[in-house]
Design a protein around this ligand. Structure first.
Ligand code: KG4
Ligand code: ZN
Length: 330
């Protein structure tokens, strides 16, 4: 089954052709440089950029593969969560193709797609535990099958990526700062006692990262008042260690408690080198297999949309042409 996936939920315009859950070809136009000028994603600009790029990207995808709309079996699009205007551009484009080619339309939950992205590269055996860490979400899921996901816990304030981006901004790094923070932290020495590990011992799977951010602010201020300039690499390593200690402890703890022997990692922060290292070490200790996608499949992409749609279509999840974008899709 050849599925055309379309992703426009935030600041990446992406299309992919996915055959039976595996990527054939993908194209992507990032808007990162435009939004970086404003220090974050500007929704109105995002919508306009999607509108500007979608048609050309579609043509490029078909040119590269030598395929046409007639070869496509289903058209899939991100329905939410995301920015309303940005989502609407993709949904309208998908409806046009669905109508013009008389193809079934599949609406995909962006978060579920992130979690299934690992299946583009690995054969997964269910059930498993899913950790989604991105700019907007820090979620732990129980995944019994590709179409059966249950949210077990989530962040109560900042998402992990958001916390990293805000921290990077404090250090004067450009948006989005997560990748630069990752690199900077590799050169620093982490002090395990500098910042708190909130919610580590709480008896649920929720997270809270805003306290760590406040801890950093207080530390920087008090050091400067004492006439000392903190070493950015050391502060980055200590901040990252605090965030990752909590994520790793809660995720692996949940897998052990629930007797799950497989964890999948997903979302932009899943490409963090230290997170992968720490999770791998902890998983090994407990005999848990850890799966994570290639970094290109961690951030927003359309192959994951085509992959999720393949499973949804098989389960009968076809949408009508009155499909709406839902910015806060649960
Ligand atoms: O999944 P994603 O592309 O977009 C959302 O749906 O949010 O994730 C983007 C987030 C940003 O906050 C970015 O700073 C963070 O992922 N990120 C990282 C790394 N690469 C991307 N955070 C830490 N370490 C990284 N290597
Ligand atoms: Zn995403």
């Amino acid at each position: 089954m050849l599925c055309l996936g379309i992703e426009t939920s935030c600041d990446e315009t992406a299309l992919a052709l996915v055959r039976d859950g595996k990527c054939v070809e993908s194209v992507l136009a990032t808007q990162m440089d435009v939004h970086a000028l404003f220090g974050g994603v500007v929704p109105e600009i995002a919508s306009r950029e999607h509108y500007r790029f979608l048609g050309a990207l579609y043509d490029e995808l078909m040119r590269r593969t030598g395929l046409t709309l007639a070869d496509v079996d289903v058209v899939a699009v991100t329905r939410g969560p995301g920015l309303l205007g940005a989502l609407l551009v993709g949904v309208a484009f998908a409806k046009g193709l669905s109508l013009a080619g008389n193809k079934p339309l599949i609406a995909v939950n962006h978060l579920h797609a992130h979690l299934l992205a690992v299946g583009l590269e690995h054969e997964l055996l269910y059930p498993l535990l899913g950790l989604l860490v991105s700019g907007g979400h820090t979620h732990i899921y129980r995944i019994d099958a590709p179409e059966s996901l249950e949210l077990l816990g989530h962040t109560l304030d900042d998402a992990a990526g958001e916390a990293c981006d805000k921290f990077a901004k404090m250090l004067g790094l450009p948006y989005p700062g997560g990748v630069l923070l990752d690199r900077l932290a590799q050169r620093g020495a982490a002090d395990a006692h500098l910042f708190p590990r909130p919610y580590t011992h709480v008896d649920n799977l929720d997270f809270s990262f805003s306290g760590i951010k406040t801890g950093v602010l207080n530390y920087m201020n008090s050091e400067r008042q004492a006439g000392r300039e903190p070493n950015p690499a050391d502060v980055a390593a200590s901040f990252q260690a605090a965030v990752l200690d909590v994520i790793v402890a809660k995720t692996v703890g949940a897998a052990v408690d629930m007797n799950k022997d497989k964890i999948v990692l997903a979302g932009g922060v899943a490409s963090n080198s230290r997170l992968r290292e720490m999770l791998q070490t902890e998983c090994k200790k407990h005999g848990i297999a850890l799966y994570y996608p290639d970094p290109i499949l961690c951030t927003d992409n359309a192959a994951m949309i085509g992959c999720a749609a393949y499973y949804k279509y098989k389960a009968g999840g076809i949408s009508d042409l009155d499909l709406d974008a839902v910015p806060d899709l649960p």
